[in-house]
Design a protein around this ligand. Structure first.
Ligand SMILES: C[S@@+](CC[C@H](N)C(=O)[O-])C[C@H]1O[C@@H](n2cnc3c(N)ncnc32)[C@H](O)[C@@H]1O
Length: 295
């Protein structure tokens, strides 16, 4: 689960900074690693970065991992099945289309797909795989950019609504989705559940994923409702690569209220694309909203 970024973010506080410095130090001590790249002056750098700076040429080139992780058939298959079912015979619009991880297989399924995307390098990477006639992409911000036409489905996956770092922008994103939809149209969001239950008093960081060669660590600022995801990638050597992305986390109930403000109501919420029940222990959700009748 990779979480993306955007910013005019306020700088997280010194306590959080100490947590990350401490974690990095412990990783270095315990594993003999040397963390390279953006070292612990991280907060001001992450906080000051614009979305375009994060999704740069380098990030775009490294994004695609055909057949593995979020590109694995067992992940993409159910995602595309569900989106194709929701689009029906109508057109689909992907907010933050990226390199086309989901849009390309969805278009191959016969659904007409258009995208909105802020990062030109990500679009360039998409264009190495598919042309503009097959999947048109509007360069712009998903809170304001307008794609021509009307759509049966707008979707925003892979936690990307959390890249918008203020509540106001997140609400605007819902409103922009609503502007693009035909009557009865749907907006689908895939988003992680904030791991606040894992934060005992005094602790600001959680390890949300750990596997050989990768550790995902989140630092929480519960006052600003921000998270910075730290993605550590490493091999047998003493060096690790660090990629960081700031987010504004959203509890499902707040997401539903944002939807309501934009004229949507919740139609379905599942723990994944295959339709598994959403429970208190679900780590993520796929939420389907439709324009409410009385709007
Ligand atoms: C984690 S990637 C997800 C890409 C794609 N949706 C996927 O599932 O693979 C996040 C993408 O969101 C884009 N993005 C972030 N904020 C955006 C915004 N406000 N408007 C449009 N695109 C945005 C980034 O440039 C990046 O391509």
């Amino acid at each position: 689960m990779l979480r993306a970024v955007r910013s005019s973010t306020p700088v997280p506080d010194a306590v959080q900074r100490r947590v990350v410095v401490d974690v990095l130090r412990r990783l270095e001590d315990a594993q003999g690693w040397q963390v390279i790249g953006q070292r612990p002056r991280p907060w001001p750098i992450v906080g000051g970065m614009q979305q375009e700076e994060i999704w740069d040429v380098d990030a775009a080139k490294r994004y695609d991992a055909p057949g593995t992780g979020m590109f694995a058939p067992e992940v993409l298959g159910p995602t595309v099945d569900r989106l194709a079912e929701l689009a029906g015979a109508g057109k689909a619009l992907e907010f933050a289309i990226g390199t086309g991880r989901v849009a390309i297989p969805l278009a191959e399924r016969g659904v007409s797909v258009t995208g909105i995307e802020l990062s030109r390098p990500m679009i360039d990477q998409l264009r190495t795989k598919v042309d503009g006639a097959t999947i048109p992409v509007i360069v712009g911000d998903m809170t304001t950019a307008v794609a021509p036409g009307n759509y049966a489905l707008v979707y925003l996956v892979y936690n990307t609504i959390s890249n918008l770092l203020t509540q106001a922008e997140q609400v605007e994103c819902f409103r922009n989705a609503a502007r693009h939809l035909t009557s009865g149209g749907r907006f689908v969001i895939e988003l992680w559940v904030p791991e606040l239950r894992k934060l005992p008093p005094g602790q600001q960081a959680t390890v949300w994923h750990s596997e050989p060669g990768y550790i995902g660590l989140d630092t929480y600022d519960v006052v600003r409702q921000h998270v910075v995801s730290h993605h550590f990638t490493f091999d047998e050597s003493r060096q690790a690569q660090l990629f960081r992305t700031p987010h504004r986390y959203i509890w499902p109930a707040e997401l539903d209220l944002m939807a309501q403000l934009a004229g949507f109501e919740l139609e379905a919420r599942h723990a994944d694309w295959a339709g598994t029940d959403f429970t208190a222990d679900s780590r993520s959700h796929v939420s389907v909203y439709h324009i409410s009748q009385d709007h």
